[in-house]
Ligand binder design. Structure first.
Ligand code: FAD
Length: 385
């Protein structure tokens, strides 16, 4: 293999480039990125950057020092075997990494609608979160909750409009989501409410009501950024379909990060995880697979969210669980754990209880069973249950 092309210069793309070099790949590497910025981390965008505590979140990789031909501001438009067609002409390859991430879903309507995906989005939004501004956040998922946190902190009058019965309902279920509802004080939280359109001056709800807002932020989820692969001879289904080695159906091609739907040996299902830990760690496997090594990606997925002064952390795959058990006080620090039919731990969600998260992730990895009766006592460490 002489020339690897990496499409997408987010965390997954840049980590794959690093992994290729650290594994001794000495050929050419071209890194193509639609954004004009060098690679950066996205989690701080909805936290430190939006709060005004930081302006940038660049990844510290020196691309020139590892001899990478980085092409910012260039988009891949289409793919045929051996050639990526870009906005600046064709680029031939003999190894391909697809790391194009995900893009926010927008709602219908002609009114100004902000999303939060890029550093430019974050700066634009930050400038509008000023005291007294009326801010409508559509979606009480991870991003919506973090934007609402920043808007409230900035002194805005915040309305959060959520179609589901509770915040985070789509991500972790309505029962757990309902436990976070108490965090929305001083926020006009509208649950079970559908948006019709984003119009000039606010949001039109289904049923006709109009919610006035100076700023509308849509945080209703993302979709894998794989449109440029339409028509290519590669399996796509909820992203790029890859095996447990992160290999796509096209020869000498791997996909990694938010755009990749990989086969999980552990959970015996296909997973596409839109979280930082995957973009950080899966690239080692993607690079190894591309170089012909036999390694599998089989993590216990992990993510975190910082909202309303709480650290929310999750590990595992809760659809594999059948029973939900709570630990701790819902008004304070608590955790929820999902157990399988035979009392193995499938997933853990910890609110301000980082030990439960760390221990839970290890227990899931090891496949140990827990004693459900000991589990309900928050003073018993998870590892002793
Ligand atoms: P991306 O970061 O999306 O990078 C893909 C890159 O590819 C982009 O720069 C894009 O412009 C480029 N690209 C797309 N199409 C093309 C094309 N055709 N040609 C060339 N380039 C292209 N996760 C957590 O676990 N915890 C958090 O607290 C958390 N907070 C977040 C906050 C925000 C605001 C956001 C947006 C995400 C957050 N995440 C969080 C998720 C995490 O940041 C993502 O999972 C991670 O960024 C995925 O990395 P990626 O490299 O796969 O994709």
């Amino acid at each position: 293999m002489n020339h690897v092309v990496v499409v997408g210069a987010g965390l997954a793309g840049v980590r794959t480039v690093e992994a290729l070099r650290s594994r001794g790949f000495g050929g050419r590497i071209t890194l193509i990125g639609e954004e004009r910025h060098r690679p950066y981390d996205r989690p701080p965008l909805s936290k430190a950057v939006l709060f005004g505590d930081a302006d940038t979140s660049y990844v510290g990789t020196d691309l020139a020092a590892i001899d990478v031909d980085f092409r910012p501001g260039v988009s891949a438009k289409s793919l045929r075997e051996g050639v990526v067609e870009t906005t600046e002409g064709e680029v031939g390859y003999d190894g391909l990494v697809i790391a194009t991430g995900a893009e926010p879903i927008r709602l219908p309507g002609d009114g100004p609608q902000h999303v939060l995906r890029t550093i430019d989005d974050a700066h634009e939004l930050r400038a509008m979160l000023v005291a007294g501004a009326r801010v409508a956040v559509i979606g009480a998922g991870w991003i919506g909750a973090e934007v609402a946190t920043a808007a409230r902190r900035a002194g805005c009058a915040v309305t959060v409009i959520e179609a589901g019965p509770a915040p985070l309902a789509a991500a972790v279920g309505a029962e757990i989501g309902a436990r976070t509802q108490r965090w929305y004080d001083e926020i006009d939280l509208r649950l079970g409410t559908m948006v019709d359109s984003v119009d000039e001056g606010g949001v039109r709800l289904v049923g006709g009501e109009f919610v006035e807002a100076h700023v509308v932020v849509t945080g209703i989820g993302v979709r894998p950024a794989v449109e440029w692969l339409t028509g290519a001879d590669i399996d796509l289904h909820n992203g790029v379909v890859v095996d447990e080695h992160l290999r796509a159906s096209l020869p000498d091609t791997v996909a990694v990060g938010d755009c990749a739907a990989w086969w999980s040996r552990r959970w015996q299902t296909r997973l596409r995880v839109e979280h930082w830990d995957t973009a950080l760690n899966a690239p080692e496997v993607a690079a190894a697979s591309l170089l012909g090594e036999d390694v599998a990606y089989d993590p216990v997925p992990y993510f975190w969210s910082e909202q309303f002064g709480h650290m929310v952390q999750y590990a595992g795959h809760h659809p594999a669980g059948e029973r939900l058990v709570y630990r701790g006080d819902p008004a304070g620090k608590w955790s929820a754990v999902w157990l399988t039919a035979d009392d193995a731990l499938a997933a853990v969600l910890a609110v301000d209880r980082p030990r439960d998260l760390v221990q839970g992730r290890r227990i899931i990895d090891a496949g140990h069973r827990l004693d459900a009766e000991r589990l309900v006592d928050p003073d018993v460490p998870l590892r002793d249950c």
